[in-house]
Design a protein around this ligand. Structure first.
Ligand SMILES: [Zn+2]
Length: 281
């Protein structure tokens, strides 16, 4: 083989290996409880996959494509394992992407799809999938234990507008309009992360309704109207549920049923503070 052909074959083999490793990672069924879930020190982070593409290129659909000069990406985010007890008392294991330590903890430091409501807490209920079981959200009227998104307080009918993620590489796209968490809109974002392109989906839930004319496949720019705050699927509790999830390697989100979009085997919940832009000081 020519040296170039050899290198290409090696890269292809490495990518295939990486994908195989990734597919083997989703965890199902019972097993030892991560120390973190029990309130001890943080669980060891899952190993990041090394990129097989040469410097100056990024893997995209199994091919190494050149990166435009001067394009900076964000750090690769590392998923960690955690667990909580569901309402029946059984342990549920999952992966999630905790907030990176250098990202500010204060939610008010970021830009969100709805502005803060004067005199009220911006975040009614925060991201807690990185916390020990006993510190995760549960309550008599809440169906699920734990919270993989943010509940942003706003009045009924307030506009929900798109905010581009940090290091996003193109316009976002409307992936779904319909029932996920009540009336919902789901957007799809491509993000440069470490030396790779990663895909994220964002769920805007409990809407009064989606923006008129919004439909699957539309490109949406910064500031685009997505919908209106409401309480569909959460009667009497008007707020925006905002959930950021990283798509697992090898998953084509466009082919997933709406109910699959938020399944841990398909997408991994991410603390939104990792990817949302900081507000101007
Ligand atoms: Zn919520």
């Amino acid at each position: 083989m020519q040296p170039l052909t050899q290198a290409t074959a090696l890269i292809a083999a490495l990518i295939a290996l990486a994908h195989a490793a990734e597919r083997g990672r989703p965890r199902v069924g019972p097993g030892p409880v991560p120390a973190h879930a029990l309130g001890a020190s943080a669980a060891p982070a899952s190993s990041a996959l090394a990129s097989a593409c040469p410097e100056g290129t990024l893997p995209d659909q199994g091919v190494c494509i050149p990166v435009p000069q001067g394009a900076a990406g964000g750090a690769e985010l590392t998923a960690a394992e955690n667990a909580h007890r569901d309402r029946s008392g059984a342990w549920r294991f999952y992966e999630q992407i905790p907030r990176r330590p250098e990202r500010p903890g204060d939610y008010r430091r970021y830009r969100w799809p709805v502005p803060p409501l004067p005199g009220q807490n911006l975040v009614v209920s925060g991201y807690d999938l990185d916390r020990p079981d006993v510190q995760q959200r549960r309550g008599a009227h809440i169906k699920a234990v734990g919270h993989g998104g943010l509940d942003l307080g706003q009045r009924r009918g307030a506009e929900v507008r798109l905010v581009n993620l940090e290091h996003q590489t193109a316009d976002a796209e409307v992936l779904f309009v319909g029932e996920v968490f009540g009336n919902s809109v789901v957007t799809r974002h491509s993000v440069r992360e470490g030396d790779r392109l990663r895909e994220y989906v964002i769920v805007y839930g409990h809407l009064e309704g989606a923006a008129p004319g919004l439909s699957r496949g539309m490109n949406v720019r910064e500031g685009a109207l997505l919908g209106f705050v409401g309480d569909s699927g959460s009667p009497g509790d008007v707020h925006l549920h905002f959930e950021v999830r990283r798509v697992r390697d090898g998953i084509n989100v466009a082919s997933l049923a709406p109910g699959e979009l938020t399944k841990n085997a398909r997408t991994v919940a991410c603390d939104p503070r990792n990817v949302m832009p900081l507000a101007a000081e």
